[in-house]
Every structure is written in C-alpha cells, then in structure tokens.
Design a binder for this molecule. Structure first.
Ligand code: SAJ
Length: 420
C-alpha cells in the first residue's frame, strides 16, 4: 500500500513538497491553519506564486493523492514545514514548530518517522523529541524498542522561483536523533530526490543549513559594503565587481537595496544567538545588510533635492527578482519610509502582484503599471531586478533621475544617476 505522509504547513516549502511527494506515489495529507489556502488547494489551486506548481497541485488533487485540511491525520511520515522567524530581540521564535509538533502528538504511532524541514536553531530536533515524549510516555526513541519513533532534521534548501526543480535535484542533508532515524529518513528522501542524500546527526544538520544561509549573507554584505565604498569614491560598483570577478578565484555577489526574504535575513541570527561572542563576522554582515535600506532612502532624498516637486516611481516590491514574495522585503521597508516624506507622490509598480499588501494600502500609495509609473514620475527608484524591468526602454528614462539599487539600468551604481 502507498505510504501516507502528513505535512504540517502548506507554504512555500510545505506545498511544493506535498505536491512532489503526491506525484511520486505517496498519499499526502497537507495541513494548514489558513482556511482559504486549504480550500484553494482542495480545488486544485494555489495561494502562492511558484512557477509550474499549480499544474502539479491540480493533477495530484484530481487524482486524490493530495488533500488539504486544517487538522492532521494518522500517517507513516510526518513533515514539519512551518516558519521559524525571530522575535524583536533577534532570538529564534519556535512557537510554530512547537504548535506543529503539539498538533501531531495525538496521531503518532510506533514506527512513525517525524521530519523537521523548517530551518531551525541547533537543538530544535532534540526539543521536538522532548515535547513528544513528555506527552506520549507510551512512545520512545530507544533503538530496538517496539514503541520506537524516528525523528530527524532534513533542512529545506530550495530557492524560491526554482522550487520544483531544486526539490528533486538538490543534494539533501539528513541528521537523525540516532543512527536508525537517519537511515529511515535517507531511505524516504531517496525515493524522490535525484541529488545525493548526505547523512549526519541532527545538530550538524541544523547548523549546516544556518551556515549555508549565513555564508550567502556574509558574501552579499561584502557586495553591499563595496557599493557604499564605491559611492564615496565615485566608482561604478557594477563595473568594479565585473572586473574583479575575472580573477579565477574571485566571485563577488551583487549589491542591492538590502537582504530580504524569510531565510537569509533571519537564519544568521540563530547562530549569533547561540554563540554571540564567536560570531562577530556573521553579526557584522547582518548589520551591514540591514543598513542598506537606509542608505538607499538617503540617496533618494538627496536625489529629490533636484526637483521643486517630486513624484517617485518605486519599481519592485518583492524581496528578489521574478517572484511575488514580499516577506522581509527591503523594497517594502524603503517605500514605507519614503511615504513619510513624499506622501501622495509615490507610485509603485510591481508586475507580480495585483494588490498592495495591507501595510502599504493604508499609506496612500498607488499600485500602477510600470509604464504609468515611469511616465508620471521624475524620480525612479529601481528596487528589484525583475526581468520585466530589464525591458524598460532607456529612452523613457532620459529626462528622469534614476536611483538604481540593482544595477540594471545602464549599469549605474547606487548613486543619483541621471539618464542623459
Ligand atoms: N541578494 C542580493 N545579492 C545577491 C544575491 C541575493 O542582494 O547577489 C538578495 C536578494 O535580492 C534577496 C536576498 O538576498 O533579497 C536573498 O535572496 P537569495 O536568492 O540569496 O536567497 P533566498 O532567500 O531566496 O533563498 C535562500 C537560499 N539559500 C542559499 O542560497 C544559501 C535557498 O537555497 C534556501 O533554501 C532559502 O534561502 C531558505 O529557505 O533558507
């Protein structure tokens, strides 16, 4: 009989994982607290934007292999794919992992495999075991006992926009709370992952995911720091990076308006929290990246001094190119701050969304087409390097001032750039 998987959390990770598993012969029961999402999925539709995902969801729902619900059910394998944000003091917030664990506790049976996919601070997988065994004294994690359950961490590693491909093709890291948990989990992932499935323990798996995202954060911070140095020195940072990257062992990433999303701007804090004295570089990188939106805001204000009356077109709201995800987006932060000074005179173009998030809707800004925004504004702030914006005709910008934070319009550095 087909194995049954119960997935808690049907967001950017849980839903694609549910769809891929259902498409690979598993029976999947997906759980989410968002009733609208549950209803949409049961209709074969989706509540997030991810290329090709809706087609797969539609197929597996119509085949009866994926069903969404607000409550878990008994299953062979449980996957926790819920958010792990941080609190105001940058300490990890495990409330969603704890409530997801609590929600499956009544349904657990000996032999079940429980996998934490959420990016988590070191020690979380062990905490899950504690939470379960506190409530269920009839279960154990002792090897060779007949009431044994298996618990592992297998951090998700997929890139939004390429999730379906990366879910199958990326290598995975599996760390169980004991050897047998690791082995059972590897066996499970090998049924649908084409990449390597690498084995370690739970704590190393947890830190490996935090390390990957911190590595990227530190490297983006290097690019962002360079962009601010270049601004002082009147050097085009995009040209500089292109030239430096011709060295065979140099590969500098791209500067931008700051680092957004729910991962890279968050996960390094879990390392800083766990080892504050030792994580000086990681902590500094976070601060450099977090300082970039204010740098951009000041550049915009400086540019606005060129006009008696300024109308600003903010191009892009999402946290990176070609997606609709606005979570922790530096673009949103910048727009919000600009409304304090330029209220009523801000137009937003974001081709990937059809309505503004409520936090911006209250602020008197208008969502318009890219063409309209450019036509009406005298100051253009390019915040996201969407492919769509790369098609902008430079002629349409000839009489504007452009603050390009992504270096896509005529390779201008982040500085007041006049298109003449
Ligand atoms: N960014 C730059 N310059 C760059 C690259 C990115 O400013 O050169 C910015 C983006 O604009 C964005 C932020 O960084 O605001 C993060 O974007 P990203 O593409 O680097 O990463 P995410 O957050 O979409 O996905 C990351 C990935 N991790 C790594 O590449 C190490 C992904 O594989 C993880 O699965 C994901 O985090 C996650 O869920 O943890």
């Amino acid at each position: 009989m087909d194995k049954k998987v119960c997935i808690i959390g049907l967001g950017y990770i849980g839903l694609p994982t549910a769809a891929v598993l259902a498409n690979n012969g598993f029976l999947v029961h997906g759980v989410d607290v968002n009733e609208k999402a549950v209803n949409l999925i049961n209709n074969g539709q989706i509540h997030i934007y991810e290329p090709d995902l809706e087609n797969v969801v539609q197929k597996v729902v119509s085949e009866g292999r994926l069903r969404a619900d607000k409550k878990p059910e008994k299953a062979d394998i449980f996957i926790l794919a819920v958010p792990t944000p941080f609190k105001d003091d940058h300490k990890p917030d495990l409330a969603f992992v704890e409530s997801a664990t609590t929600s499956i506790i009544p349904y657990l049976e000996p032999g079940n495999l429980i996998i934490l996919e959420s990016t988590s601070p070191v020690g979380t997988t062990e905490k899950i075991v504690e939470w379960i065994l506190n409530e269920r004294t009839d279960l154990s994690v002792d090897e060779n006992k007949s009431n044994q359950i298996f618990v592992s961490h297998c951090p998700e590693r997929v890139l939004p926009g390429k999730i379906l491909k990366e879910l199958i093709e990326n290598d995975r890291i599996v760390g169980g709370i004991n050897k047998v948990s690791t082995e059972k989990t590897v066996e499970f992932y090998e049924t649908f992952v084409k990449g390597k499935v690498l084995q370690t323990n739970a704590r190393t798996a947890e830190l490996s995911k935090l390390t990957e995202n911190s590595y990227r954060d530190v490297n983006i911070a290097f690019a962002n720091e360079l962009s601010m140095i270049c601004d002082d020195l009147k050097i085009d940072v995009w040209e500089l990076i292109k030239l430096a990257n011709h060295h065979p062992r140099v590969n500098i990433l791209q500067p931008g308006p700051g680092v957004g999303g729910h991962c890279i701007a968050v996960d390094p804090w879990f390392i800083v929290d766990a080892a504050p004295e030792k994580s000086k570089l990681i902590h500094t990188a976070r601060k450099v990246n977090d300082s970039k939106p204010l740098f951009v805001i000041n550049k915009v204000k400086e540019a606005a001094n060129n006009f008696k009356s300024t109308t600003i077109a903010c191009l892009g709201l999402s946290f990176k190119a070609n997606i609709d995800d606005l979570r922790e987006s530096p673009a949103v932060e910048i727009v919000k701050e600009l409304t304090k000074e330029f209220n009523h005179n801000i137009l937003i173009a974001e081709p990937h969304i059809s309505e503004l998030p409520s936090s911006l809707n209250e602020l008197n800004v208008n969502l318009v087409s890219t063409e309209e925004a450019i036509k009406q504004a005298n100051l253009i702030v390019l915040l996201v390097d969407h492919d769509y914006f790369k098609l902008i005709d430079e002629f349409d910008l000839h009489d504007k001032i452009v603050v390009d934070t992504r270096g896509i319009t005529n390779n201008q550095s982040i500085k007041v750039a006049s298109f003449t």
